[in-house]
Design a protein around this ligand. Structure first.
Ligand code: DMJ
Length: 479
């Protein structure tokens, strides 16, 4: 049953089912938000079991990740009071003049993306100002011989470096490849072409390089401009690079032909070399290591179902139906990865070898940290096909989240989804509010709420408007 509140019980009793579920999503958001506010206000994330703040070093000592990540969800769910208090916090407290080493990717997708969406939805100038201010702080990350940015940047000193664990001192494909949408909007909103130039240069570097079998390795050295280890993944370390090629084209009003070509060429190579069918008939996307396949799929990889379906419309050679079908098959596989656990929540990674299909076999891959990718794919599949099974599957996820992740102090991740004796990880990730709950809400809303013709979602589910060629002039004329 949906989480009880007097209003939801009333609506559900009178069986306006979609409305009832939408309200359940609001109730979930309220529970997550109120507890964050109560126990961790102004800090990055909430520890819902120990009821205190959680600081991740991804944001250095920039604070308020949950507030900025949640702004647009609060707005979309019409939680006006909460949106107002979040805005006031941003006005008074969001400060980028700190001595902090941050992840350029995480700060871009959560903070820059969150602020941009809040600006476009509400029209409040403070969000535009803060987004541009933060974007400027990120620019020194591009000071490398190739212009491929560092992964980590001290935003006070402007000194960058890469993750010590990354192959051969490389930058990571999914990190430097996931700046494009936000940086194009930063140029659009600031009138400063530098942001767009930086991300267009990343494309130029990539296009000059030979790609093994047409695939993009996850590691690229920013000094030599050469690939590191030939490890290819559509999940962690690779994922949102592919997403942003497609969305760059869509966000340009389908004028960015280079983005389009890079996306469909990449999908072609992925289909040939990475996508396989299990003996039980489940389609999955394997990982590629120097030509050898590892038959494992990450929870993160599950976003690709939605991506294939979203890109179906422009697919070359009459392949629209094929791309929708591919999206549907990935959605089914990812649903199976949920359905084959005892909690009905999916593991971090699942395998197709050693006699198993869509099941995690290693203890350190059995956790679920409130990730959105499977629900994200349900949302895209629903919007693009209206097959009711996607709403059914979304509802199963709501029930499981309520049963196993909801605790007194908010929502927590789970350490082992195959073990009914709950062990919580005690973190309410900020992406639970920005992505998981937003995608659930959109799954049960009408298609004209943030329609795909006018909006694209960044990889943290922050909606950004499609830019048409004459948008800049229109704004000039209005001034
Ligand atoms: C989010 O921060 C983004 O979706 C990112 O692209 C991948 N990981 C998390 C959610 O799982």
């Amino acid at each position: 049953p949906p989480p009880a509140s007097p209003i939801t019980v009333f609506v559900c009793l009178f069986s306006f089912l979609d409305l009832c579920i939408i309200m359940s999503c609001q109730v979930m958001m309220k529970h997550a938000w109120d507890n964050y506010k109560r126990y961790a206000w102004g800090l990055n994330e909430l520890k819902p079991i120990s009821k205190q703040g959680h600081s991740s070093n991804l944001f250095g000592n920039i604070q308020g990740a949950t507030i900025v990540d949640a702004l647009d969800t609060l707005y979309i769910m019409e939680m006006k009071e909460e949106f107002k208090e979040a805005k006031e916090w941003v006005e008074k407290n969001l400060d980028f003049n700190v001595n902090a080493e941050i992840s350029v990717f995480e700060v871009n997708i959560r903070f820059v993306g969150g602020l941009l969406s809040a600006y476009y939805l509400s029209g409040e100038e403070i969000f535009r100002k803060k987004a541009v201010e933060l974007g400027e702080k990120l620019l020194p990350a591009f000071n490398t011989p190739t212009g491929i940015p560092w992964a980590l940047l001290n935003i006070k000193s402007g000194i960058g470096r890469n993750w010590p664990w990354a192959s051969g001192g490389s930058s990571i494909l999914a990190e430097f490849g996931t700046l494009h949408l936000e940086f194009i909007h930063l140029s659009h909103l600031s009138g400063n072409p530098l942001f767009a130039e930086k991300v267009m240069n990343i494309r130029k570097v990539l296009n000059r390089l030979d790609k093994p079998e047409g695939l993009y390795p996850n590691y690229l050295n920013p000094s030599s401009g050469q690939w590191g280890q030939h490890h290819v993944s559509i999940g962690g370390l690779g994922d949102s690079f592919y997403e942003y090629l497609l969305k760059a084209w869509l966000m340009s009003g389908k004028t960015d032909e280079e983005g389009r070509k890079m996306y469909y060429d990449a999908v072609q190579a992925i289909e040939t070399h990475l996508i396989r069918k299990s003996s039980g008939g489940l389609t999955y996307i394997a990982e590629w290591k120097g030509g050898l396949l590892e038959h494992k799929m990450g929870h993160l990889t599950c976003f690709a179902g939605g991506m294939f379906a979203l890109g179906a419309d422009g697919a070359p050679n009459d392949k629209t139906g094929h791309h929708i079908e591919l999206g549907a098959e990935i959605a089914r596989t990812c649903h199976e990865s949920y359905d084959r656990t005892s909690m009905k929540l999916g593991p971090e990674a699942f395998r197709f070898d050693g006699g198993v299909e869509a099941i995690a076999t290693r203890q350190n891959e059995k956790y679920y940290i409130l990730r959105p990718e499977v629900i994200e794919t349900y949302m895209y599949m629903w919007r693009l096909t209206h097959d009711p099974k996607y709403r059914q599957w979304g509802w199963e996820a709501v029930e499981a989240l309520e049963k196993y992740c909801r605790v007194d102090g908010g929502y927590s991740g789970i350490r082992d989804v195959y073990n009914n004796h709950q062990s919580h990880d005690d973190v309410q990730q900020s992406f639970f509010l920005s992505e998981t709950l937003k995608y659930l809400y959109l799954l049960f809303s009408e298609d004209d709420l943030l329609p795909f013709e006018h909006w694209v979602f960044n990889t943290e589910a922050h909606p950004l408007p499609v830019l048409h060629k004459d948008d800049g002039n229109k704004e000039e004329n209005q001034k």
